[in-house]
Structures are given as structure tokens and as C-alpha cells.
Design a protein around this ligand. Structure first.
Ligand SMILES: Cc1cc2nc3c(=O)[nH]c(=O)nc-3n(C[C@H](O)[C@H](O)[C@H](O)COP(=O)(O)OP(=O)(O)OC[C@H]3O[C@@H](n4cnc5c(N)ncnc54)[C@H](O)[C@@H]3O)c2cc1C
Length: 386
């Protein structure tokens, strides 16, 4: 949902002066809480206004896109379909169905790789050879970094600023990197729980495609050249690399990524899972015996956001202390998170459950974490009084 660095849009603008852009919700959109739904709807409306200014129309489809597409293909004289490449199993399946349909109707089908910072064709290995440990992946990437430049519109264009959309995403990028000292201090603040600038808050816009990861990388490099390069600037790159890693991992492992057993070949011994819905509900509601877990769950339930530190703790608690199925936690996050991303969410849950890559039991000492990251108890006091 963006005008900047949108390869599909640029390719299509070169071919045609009028186009229909179809946005199709996934099942998770239909089941999402109101924070995420509103965020997506606002971004969609803003994107629609921008496209309209360019002379194009946006249609909101349903999650049964392939069925709808048949009708659209019959009714309109469509010659080409431009598609953003996906990584997760269901989305890839839909992509296959749509590409087959296009073939049957004699329509050109062109997909663009623009969801991650690194394009798949620029990886120094085939997806099938993706290393099983993140640091091995990182080292290989860092040996020969190859990230495509962003590709912007050839014309001057003023973005819609009325709603939460691309203009707000780009404003946040400027604010975090250039207008505040946030990026320069990111390595020290990123685990903070209380202040907005402790971390970038790019994730909601990244999840809907309103912010290009390559644009972040480009601004980051410009800051390193023009101002300074330090551990913090490296760390933002490092986190974006984790995001890419989970996308590639999801592409490589398909449906395994979403199953209780996890990735094939992982031999860690696991505690048997407990199918206790009441216990699960207490975790969801923030009513466990751990105040730090409760505070984080209440922040999630009341805002749609939880810090990375919080997510790690509540995931570790659900899997390794309550022994509930990790998939329950991941599904709950899928409904609640404003920044829900299938690859990043399920990838992180897999990792914390010990059923993904680098399979170790990530059992956190929650009380120690609370003391380390909320030493004065301010965060817990804020959310636990709700
Ligand atoms: C159990 C669990 C579930 C998660 N589910 C999601 C999800 O659905 N969507 C999502 O965007 N992030 C998810 N994360 C990753 C991370 O918590 C969020 O990306 C981060 O908290 C968002 O805040 P930020 O943009 O301020 O992050 P920053 O700290 O500013 O990081 C910058 C960017 O790097 C990426 N990033 C940061 N941490 C991670 C990470 N651990 N894994 C992959 N990418 C990362 C994100 O794109 C983020 O926007 C999850 C983490 C855990 C432990």
C-alpha cells in the first residue's frame, strides 16, 4: 500500500494509463481486532486517494480473490496482472491459483519481489539452502550485501496526509532517523517499555507495505554517511535482517511454519502440551500470576502493540511455563497485533517455542526480566491498574 518504491506500480505505470488496483484481505484481516482493522482501513483509504490522484482505482476484494478474479477477468479487458510476491504458505498458494488463472485467460502475470529488504534473486544462495541458524544467514549476507535501490515515481507527487498511511510512515521514518536522536541511541533504548521513541515503531506500516524496508535501509545508510555510523545504526539493520530471515524461512518451509510440530528435523525434547483453555484465557486477559506478563498482555489488548521485550517474555511464559501449545499464542497475536505479519509472527513464535531454527528452550526468568527492564515497576503499574 504505497506509492514510493513500489516496483509493481512503476512497471504498470510504464505500460498503461489506467489500472485497477485490487487489495485482497487475508483471513486474518477478517478476524483482526479493531486496532488492526482500523489501521489497515485507514492505510487503504489513503492509498486509494493517492492512486485516484494518479488516475487509478482501488477495489477492496475479499479473501476469496481467485474466485472474484474470474469475474473481473470476464468483465474487463485485462491484459496484464502485476502482483507483489508473497512468502507465507496461504498467500503463496493464492498466488499460484491466480497465476494459473491468468495463464488460462492468456493474461500476462508479473510478480514483484518487494516485501523484504533483500530480494530473493540477490541472496547469495538458493532459498532451499537458507541457513538454519540466523547468525550463519547474517554472516553470509554481510559478506556480500546486495540490496536494490529504491525506485520512486518519475513525477512529483503529494501524498495524502489525511489518514494513517504512507505519508505518516515516511514522517515517522524522518522523525526516528533525522529529527530526533532516536536512531543514534537505538541499541540502548530498544528494549524500553515506556517511551514511544525507544524503538522505531515502523512495524505496523511495514506489515501493510506502506513503508518500504529498502527505503529504511537507504535512509539508514545516508545517516551513516552524513552523520555517524555506530552500534545503534548497525542494530536497526540487524533487526530488519531478522525480518527478512523469517520471510525467507517461511518461504522455504511452507506449511510447516504454522504447525504445532514446527520445522522438520528439529529434535529438541519438549514438555507435553497442556490443552487448558481456562489457563490460556488467563494469559490472553493478563490474569496470570506474573505481573510483568499481565502488564504486557494488557498493553496488547488495549493498544494492539507490545514491545519486542514484552513479546519475548509472554511467549516464553506461555510455552515454557504454562506449557500451552505455541500455536495458540501465535494465533492470539495474529488477531491482536496491529503489526501482524504472518512470517515474522509465526517465525518468532516458532523460535521461542524451540521448534524453529536454533532450537533451544528460551525459558526466561520473568521476575528477573521485570527487574531488568522495569526496575521501578512503572510499566507494570501503568497497565496492571486497567
Ligand atoms: C512472539 C513474537 C511475535 C512477533 N510478531 C510480530 C509480528 O507479527 N509483526 C512484526 O512486525 N513483528 C513481530 N515481532 C517482532 C518484533 O517484536 C516487532 O517487530 C517489534 O517489536 C516492532 O516494534 P518496532 O517497529 O518499534 O521495532 P524496532 O525495534 O524498531 O525494529 C525495527 C524493525 O525491525 C524488525 N524487527 C524487530 N524485531 C524483530 C524480530 N524479533 N523479528 C523480526 N523482525 C524484527 C521489525 O520490522 C521492526 O519494525 C514479534 C516478536 C515476537 C517475540
Amino acid at each position: 500500500m504505497r506509492i514510493h518504491d513500489n516496483l509493481a506500480l512503476n512497471a504498470f505505470l510504464q505500460k498503461s494509463s489506467f489500472g485497477i488496483v485490487i487489495w485482497c484481505p487475508t483471513k486474518s484481516y477478517e478476524e483482526a481486532n479493531h486496532f488492526r482493522k482500523k489501521f489497515i482501513d485507514d492505510n487503504l483509504e489513503s492509498f486509494s486517494k493517492n492512486l485516484f490522484k494518479l488516475g487509478h482505482v482501488l477495489i477492496k476484494g475479499t479473501s476469496h480473490f481467485s474466485l472474484e478474479l474470474v469475474e473481473i477477468l470476464k468483465a474487463q479487458q485485462i491484459k496484464s496482472l502485476f502482483f507483489t510476491l508473497e512468502y507465507a504458505y496461504d498467500e503463496c498458494f493464492e498466488e499460484k491459483v491466480v497465476s494459473n488463472l491468468c495463464e488460462n485467460f492468456g493474461i500476462e502475470f508479473i510478480s514483484f519481489d518487494q516485501g523484504a529488504m533483500i530480494s530473493i534473486e540477490n541472496l547469495p544462495f538458493e532459498i532451499i539452502e537458507l541457513p538454519f541458524i540466523f547468525s550463519d544467514f547474517r554472516k553470509k549476507i554481510e559478506l556480500q550485501i546486495n540490496i536494490n535501490h529504491t525506485q520512486n515515481l518519475a513525477i512529483d507527487f503529494e501524498l495524502d496526509v489525511s489518514l494513517d498511511g504512507e505519508a505518516k510512515a515516511l514522517q515517522r521514518l524522518r522523525e526516528f532517523i533525522w529529527e530526533t536522536p532516536s536512531l543514534a541511541n537505538y541499541k540502548n533504548t530498544r528494549n524500553g517499555l515506556m517511551n514511544f521513541n525507544d524503538s522505531s515503531k515502523f512495524s505496523p506500516w511495514l506489515s501493510v507495505g506502506a513503508l518500504s524496508p529498502r527505503k529504511i535501509y537507504e535512509e539508514l545508510k545516508r545517516y551513516e554517511t552524513e552523520v555517524q555510523a555506530n552500534e545503534s545504526t548497525y542494530w536497526l539493520f540487524f533487526e530488519l535482517l531478522w525480518r527478512d530471515y523469517f520471510k525467507f524461512l517461511s518461504k522455504k518451509f511452507g506449511n510447516h511454519f504454522f504447525t504445532l510440530a514446527g520445522l522438520p528435523g528439529v529434535k529438541t525434547i519438549h514438555h507435553p502440551v497442556v490443552l487448558d483453555l481456562k489457563l490460556f484465557q488467563s494469559w490472553c486477559n493478563g490474569e496470570t500470576e506474573e505481573p510483568f506478563v499481565n502488564a504486557n498482555m494488557k498493553e496488547l489488548n488495549n493498544t494492539g502493540f507490545m514491545s519486542n521485550r514484552g513479546r519475548q517474555n509472554v511467549a516464553s511464559f506461555l510455552v515454557h511455563q504454562l506449557h500451552l501449545p505455541w500455536t495458540w499464542g501465535a494465533s492470539y497475536f495474529e488477531k491482536q497485533l496491529i503489526d501482524y505479519d504472518p512470517d515474522v509472527n509465526w517465525g518468532n513464535w516458532l523460535y521461542f517455542s524451540g521448534r524453529g531454527t536454533d532450537p533451544r528452550a528460551r525459558l526466561f526468568n520473568i521476575k528477573k526480566q521485570a527487574t531488568d527492564y522495569d526496575p521501578l515497576g512503572e510499566y507494570q503499574a501503568k497497565w496492571n491498574k486497567i
